[in-house]
Design a protein around this ligand. Structure first.
Ligand code: ZN
Length: 243
């Protein structure tokens, strides 16, 4: 079985469709949150996800901001503007679907924990370094935790002498072995590791293997839509650089 693991789509339909086509043949979809926010197609992205019936569908901080479940005053100016624009434009059934999602789920029978931010603070905490990752290993059971929120594809392994940070090697099937890991598939719709291509992960639970993948998409088309919607120009510009 192959699981497609996605995070941080951020209303970028071109990126989402490119990933779904590139990953063709997956059996299950796990989504780690932030379907909306920043990008120009929040309703369309949620509808596209619904078509694929994700087994796991988590809420992210931008999803909750769009539902007014959390206060967007902690967001930077451009993110706040985008959150308000998104909130005003969500259709009722999309709002209802987003409202069903929780920010953290532990799969049964020792399966992975899935979370948007971190297992310690599921909505807000960013796992950006090995020391934060090391602390977070205490907050989930079982060997694996998939997380998103940072928009950076990365894997942390719990080592005897502290946590190792392993960067993601593209297209290399990586056996996970028996060590505990925190695994981030990167962001579909707004990568922040300097590579503008959409990022995603394939996971084979039976074999314990993950494969990081990237796929390019029509960035210019998304940028045009961002500007036409009156969203901040910086949100269009950053897609060029993957930052
Ligand atoms: Zn995000």
């Amino acid at each position: 079985m192959t699981v497609l693991v996605l995070s941080d789509i951020h209303a970028n339909l071109e990126a989402l469709d490119a990933v779904l086509a590139h990953a063709a043949g997956f059996d299950e979809l796990w989504f780690l949150g932030d379907a909306v926010g920043y990008g120009p197609n929040p309703n369309e992205c949620v509808e596209r996800l619904m078509e694929h019936e994700p087994t796991v569908w988590l809420a992210g901080n931008h999803d909750w901001a769009a539902l007014a479940r959390l206060d967007a005053s902690d967001f930077n100016r451009d993110a706040k503007r985008a959150a308000h624009w998104t909130r005003d434009g969500l259709s009722e059934h999309v709002r209802a679907r987003l409202a069903e999602a929780e920010p953290m789920v532990a799969l049964p029978d020792g399966g992975p924990t899935l979370v948007h931010g971190s297992p310690r603070h599921p909505i807000w905490e960013y796992i950006l370094d090995a020391s934060t990752a090391m602390d977070c290993f205490a907050y989930f059971d079982g060997p694996l935790c998939f997380f998103g929120h940072t928009h950076v594809p990365v894997m942390y392994e719990e080592g005897v002498d502290g946590t190792l940070r392993l960067t993601a090697e593209l297209d290399e099937p990586k056996p996970l072995g028996s060590s505990r890991r925190l695994i981030n598939p990167g962001s579909v719709g707004q990568p922040r590791d300097g590579d503008p291509r959409a990022s995603y992960l394939l996971f084979d639970p039976a074999e314990g293997i993950v494969t990081y993948r990237r796929v390019g998409y029509d960035v210019a088309a998304v940028q045009e839509k961002i500007l036409a919607a009156g969203l901040p120009a910086s949100l269009a510009a950053r897609l060029d650089y993957g930052w």
